[in-house]
Design a protein around this ligand. Structure first.
Ligand SMILES: O=C(O)[C@@H](CO)OP(=O)(O)O
Length: 341
């Protein structure tokens, strides 16, 4: 059977939003947009959508996994070379886990607050959910809550590569952070930190309690400051201003890597990611008002043939749910399974 399993869409249980997704990722289970997938989509009843059933399906239907190329992962020489037409790469976006000021319901913006204990757990859970997806490079903001999220998530990755923060501030930092072993270097995932991916600067709201602020200025005004596209908080950044730096950085620095074959993880913030998702999903300034990102929920996109499309929120291996996996990702996961046997 030559059916290409380009996605596995449980046939039941997910409401389809007109853009193929629910407007929030709070349940952590994005809905794979049916409309954007070809007719070969394998529909299986979600009660059976367990990981093993996918591989059972491959085997039962004698689908030769070798015919499936895997995303080129520069760090995995044993990966089959990707063929241009069917090559694809993964882009994972994760908003940082809960921070100590999220816990206190304070506006945070660019104040450099660490994760709470719950945020640590969220980051590790996110790591479980992306543990089978190839990652060649990581981008985070310059804020510790995003960096902690990336590093904690990577402790669960099955490829067991070591994420290393790249220091290029000056000649000395480049010279003093050099690695003098080819083998060790091949087992490293570079982590690039960029202030452009920072949370929006919340101006005079930073450190204020969100509930008290809404009581003082009115819910409508505070919602405008928090979620509108072009209304900034007092002396702060609007989402549009945040997008000017975050989306520009994504386009200039990250997208070229993705389209050149690198699998990328971005660990950033609610609003810097909202601006990037607005760009990727071509959301209008009206639609982006409804876009909320939960802390620590990974979102998967696939870059293929020059296009970057949403795939959903990868569920934890061995759990039932929406499979955001493409056949290439299923092939990569098979390779990881074999490596561990
Ligand atoms: O305070 C902040 O920095 C942001 C994200 O936590 O808050 P909001 O969700 O209101 O944009």
């Amino acid at each position: 059977m030559s059916a290409l399993i380009s996605n596995v869409v449980p046939s039941s249980g997910f409401c389809m939003y007109d853009r193929g997704f629910s407007s929030t990722y709070d349940s952590g289970v994005g809905v794979i947009p049916n409309s954007t997938f070809n007719a070969h989509a394998l529909r299986i009843n979600s009660s059976k959508a367990s990981e093993t059933s996918i591989f059972h399906f491959f085997r039962k239907n004698k689908i030769n996994l070798n015919s499936v190329t895997c995303a080129k992962s520069s760090s995995a020489p044993d990966e089959p070379k990707k063929s241009p037409k069917s090559s694809e790469t993964a882009l994972i976006l994760i908003r940082h886990g809960e921070s100590l000021w999220n816990q206190k319901n304070l506006f945070t913006g660019c104040v450099d607050v660490p994760l709470s204990r719950r945020g640590v757990d969220e980051a590790i859970e996110a790591g479980r959910r992306i543990s089978n997806i190839p990652i060649d490079m990581i981008y985070t903001s310059s804020l510790i809550r995003a960096q902690m999220t990336a590093m904690l998530a990577m402790t669960k990755h099955r490829k067991k590569k070591v994420p290393i923060v790249v220091h290029k501030e000056d000649d000395r930092s480049i010279a003093w952070s050099r690695i003098f072993s080819e083998q060790t270097s091949s087992e490293v995932i570079p982590v690039v930190t960029a202030w452009q991916l920072n949370e929006r600067m919340y101006g005079e709201l930073q450190g204020l309690n969100k509930k008290e602020t809404a009581e003082k200025y009115g819910k409508k005004k505070v919602h405008e400051w928090r979620r509108s596209y072009d209304i900034p908080p007092p002396n702060g950044e609007s989402l549009a201003m945040c997008a000017e730096r975050a989306v520009a950085y994504f386009k200039d620095q990250i997208e070229p890597q993705l389209l050149a074959g690198k699998n990328i993880l971005i660990a950033a913030h609610g609003n810097s990611l909202r601006s990037i998702i607005m760009h990727l999903d071509k959301l209008t300034s009206q639609e982006v008002i409804d876009l909320e990102l939960s802390t620590g929920i990974p979102m998967l996109y696939i870059a293929k043939g020059g296009k970057i499309s949403r795939r959903g929120s990868p569920t934890c291996p061995r759990t039932v749910g929406v499979y955001a996996y493409t056949s290439n990702l299923a092939r990569y996961r098979e390779l990881l399974e074999n490596m561990e046997e």
